[in-house]
Design a protein around this ligand. Structure first.
Ligand SMILES: NC(=O)c1ccc[n+]([C@@H]2O[C@H](COP(=O)([O-])OP(=O)(O)OC[C@H]3O[C@@H](n4cnc5c(N)ncnc54)[C@H](OP(=O)(O)O)[C@@H]3O)[C@@H](O)[C@H]2O)c1
Length: 248
């Protein structure tokens, strides 16, 4: 039986990578899905890649812009009604030496990863049904340090706490908030930040205990689990999906 038959799901940053795989998974399990992103071209490419599935629509919205978020969720409600799942996935990566981080880069990363996640949940809240589920997408760099991702790591550590703070805040309304913490997942972000700069085999051998890079769908499966009734007694939790690279 499809776990999300008749459910409505909103995924920020759904035009590629983990967000796109998550959209595909929810749609395959019967949900009506809205994906968002800043680039209309990228959203159209995503719809084409998904094969113009009738239960997925794409809407342009920059999560760093709070009025765009307000308009997004009000518009979704007006056209499709209230919804059952929010995946706050949109985010940007970083590869900059500490001394070279500018104020503009600091703000760009914090705005996308922290402000974006915070206001995505706040502005979605009026339209989330009782019994809804929110999943925030963090990063294992919230647990470990990397010299080229000082701002990114701090931003994802903030997301980790946001998962717990919002779980506490929203549980009385019957809304479960949890997080997923990906490690190295094969997406454009990983390509740009990591894989373009190392020999892949050496990177995998030195960093990944399981010996391979994860697929976006590995994370999508965890997100779908957390959003489903299978996780009905899980609240404020954060599940690592990193092939063991943080714990081992
Ligand atoms: N891949 C990994 O190894 C990895 C590891 C740990 C955590 N993560 C996290 O997983 C999430 C997804 O990453 P990914 O690897 O799938 O990245 P990706 O391939 O770069 O995709 C990012 C998505 O977010 C959207 N986006 C970025 N900034 C946005 C903004 N301001 N407003 C709205 N949408 C925005 C992008 O579309 P537009 O650019 O068109 O807006 C795109 O759809 C991120 O939060 C990332 O930090 C990824």
């Amino acid at each position: 039986m499809s776990r999300f038959e008749g459910k409505r799901v909103v995924i920020t940053g759904g035009s590629r990578g983990i967000g796109l795989a998550t959209a595909s998974r929810f749609a395959a399990e019967g949900a009506h899905v809205v994906i968002t992103g800043r680039s209309l071209d990228r959203l159209n490419d995503a719809l084409a890649a998904l094969g113009q599935v009738p239960n997925i629509v794409a809407l342009k919205c920059d999560v760093t812009n709070v009025s765009e978020l307000e308009a997004l969720f009000a518009g979704i409600n007006a056209h499709y009604g209230t919804f059952d799942v929010l995946v706050a996935n949109a985010g940007v990566g970083q590869r900059t030496e500490f001394e070279k981080v500018t104020e503009a880069e600091f703000d760009r990363i914090m705005n996308a990863n922290v402000k974006g996640a915070f206001f995505s949940v706040q502005k979605a809240l009026p339209y989330l049904n009782p019994g809804s589920s929110v999943v925030l997408v963090g990063s294992n760099l919230s647990y470990t340090g990397w010299e080229l991702a000082t701002v990114y790591g701090a931003s994802k550590a903030a997301v980790l706490n946001l998962t717990r703070s919002l779980a506490s805040t929203l549980s009385s309304r019957g809304i479960r908030v949890n997080g997923v913490t990906p490690g190295s997942i094969r997406t454009a972000m990983l390509q740009e930040v990591v894989l373009d700069h190392y020999d892949e085999a050496e990177f995998v051998a030195s960093e990944l205990p399981m010996g391979f890079i994860g697929d976006p769908d590995d994370v999508a499966k965890v997100i779908a689990f957390l959003a489903s009734d299978d996780a009905r007694y899980i609240l404020g939790e954060d599940i690592l999906c990193d092939g063991g690279s943080t714990r081992l």
